[in-house]
Design a protein around this ligand. Structure first.
Ligand code: ZN
Length: 489
């Protein structure tokens, strides 16, 4: 990352100086730092952290440290002045109760934040982008509320689950299969009829506006609108529940977005975006799934690179650490899970694309694939939806329209509901409904938790012995999910 922050001509300068004396070289590189002005300060308040961004006229060295009694954070900027009114900063929803500033050592700027709670600070600088110039970013993470603080690595969690299951079986002195059978024959738990959990990720946020339309529409705002409409549709439908990955105007790291989805036990993850291109012409919706190999098209690759760049704007993100786990186990698990997950993603993507095609032109008529960071959950089917091109003036206008946002949300939900209706996850209400339909439809019965042979026999008016004979059952052991033939009595 430091590579990217070097001045552009660095390499050329170094090459050009190769023949010169070292002393000359040092004298040329060690130019005095020019004074920086703080032109503006922005605050983004998230549930688990606050982010303070200083807009600087040029790069400035910063020192950030905590002081106690009372608890406060000090930000010292060398050779800097203040060119904005800190009192205008809206502190609501953050841990900052007051901001003060002063001159330090004659030429430096000191900013002091009074804090209402314990924080863990970190800071970094960002180079200029399309929207902002040089920036100093100060993050204040709230211990105990951040997923970053206790990162759940998806693959490590899978390995841990397997270890726990194995350990339990060892302790009970039974094999896993025998334990499952024993659990099934006794009066098992009633069907949980749980909700299918849809994790909705509105792309970008906070310091990262995403793409910006010709008349100034910001991607982070329209995708939030669409995400909220989708949330309402999901929550209003029996058997489904929505979880919002970000619930306000703040940035969340791309890996943390997938971590939150996992923590919330999501069955599906959908990231909502609106794209921009260098020319105003391209338009239409597209649906993307992860690619384990290369991108399916150049556009897909270009898009993935531009969406993944969000972390450079939004801030630094944690990395998966898998170093001390067994390589082979990890590889096998990841491969198996990824393939199954990807198949589900492509299936859901097809349904969503189908529905989107009814409300908008499709930019690509099939589900595209590329290495989007936000889709890298090994065990949660995930899609990224580019609802349209915000860089196209007509589409920008439509994306701002509430009615159109609703149609897009309906299309996305219509597609995923269709998939889950056909393939309900185990223990979900939809699975229970499907099995019930099947049970009443034919002369077969799928065993539900809580069933016993005598109950099933009684319900179908068949003697137990006849039921056992028809299904070649020797004992009374039946298992959940087993399909019994119901003989005519
Ligand atoms: Zn985006």
């Amino acid at each position: 990352m430091s590579e990217a922050w070097r001045p552009r001509g660095w390499r050329r300068v170094v090459q050009g100086l190769r023949g010169l004396w070292l002393t000359t070289c040092l004298a040329l590189v060690a130019l005095p730092a020019s004074a920086a002005e703080v032109d503006n300060v922005r605050l983004w308040a998230a549930p688990d952290h606050a982010r303070l961004v200083f807009d600087l006229s040029t790069v400035a060295e910063a020192e950030v440290f905590m002081l106690n009694n009372p608890r406060r954070l000090v930000i010292d900027l060398e050779e800097s002045g203040l060119n904005t009114d800190l009192a205008r900063l809206d502190l609501s929803g953050s841990a900052i109760t007051e901001v003060r500033s002063g001159i330090r050592n004659g030429t430096g700027l000191r900013v002091v934040l009074e804090l209402s709670r314990e924080i863990e600070p970190r800071h970094f600088t960002l180079p200029p982008n399309d929207q902002y110039g040089h920036r100093l970013v100060v993050d204040m993470e709230y211990p105990g509320e951040s997923a970053v603080e206790n990162p759940i690595d998806p693959i490590e969690a899978m390995i841990r689950d397997q270890e726990i299951t194995a350990e339990r079986a060892r302790r009970d002195g039974t094999s896993g299969a025998a334990a499952a059978a024993a659990a099934a024959v006794s009066q098992a738990q009633p069907h949980p009829k749980r909700d299918i959990i849809i994790a909705i990720d509105a792309g970008h946020g906070g310091e990262d506006p995403g793409a910006i339309g010709p008349s100034g529409t910001r991607e982070k705002d329209v995708v939030m609108e669409i995400a909220r409409r989708l949330q309402r549709l999901v929550d209003d439908t029996q058997g489904f529940r929505a979880v919002m990955i970000r619930d306000g105007d703040y940035y969340i790291g791309l890996r943390q977005r997938t971590r939150i989805a996992r923590e919330q036990k999501a069955d599906f993850f959908v990231s909502i975006h609106a794209d921009a291109f260098t020319s105003p012409r391209p338009n239409g919706s597209s649906v993307y799934a992860l690619s384990q190999r290369g991108a399916t098209s150049e556009t897909a690759q270009w898009l993935a690179a531009s969406e993944n760049r969000a972390d450079l704007i939004g801030g630094v993100d944690g990395n998966l650490s898998l170093s001390d786990k067994d390589e082979v186990l990890r590889g096998v698990l990841l491969d198996l899970t990824m393939t199954a997950t990807l198949n589900d993603s492509l299936s859901i993507g097809g349904q969503v694309l189908d529905q989107l095609g009814r409300v908008n032109r499709l930019h690509k008529s099939r589900v595209e694939q590329a290495g989007f960071m936000v889709l890298k959950s090994p065990d949660i089917p995930s899609l990224l939806i580019e609802t349209g091109f915000i860089s196209n003036p007509g589409e920008e206008r439509r994306l701002r329209d509430g009615g159109y946002q609703h149609e897009l949300a309906q299309a996305v939900f219509g597609g995923l509901r269709e998939h889950f209706r056909r393939n309900p996850p185990p223990a979900s209400l939809l699975a229970w409904q499907r099995d019930n339909q099947r049970n009443t439809a034919g002369n077969e019965y799928r065993i539900q938790p809580g069933d016993t042979l005598s109950q099933i026999a009684a319900r179908h008016g068949v003697p137990v012995a006849q039921l056992k004979q028809a299904n070649e059952l020797n004992g009374d052991v039946i298992r959940v999910g087993q399909v019994l033939r119901i003989p005519r009595s």
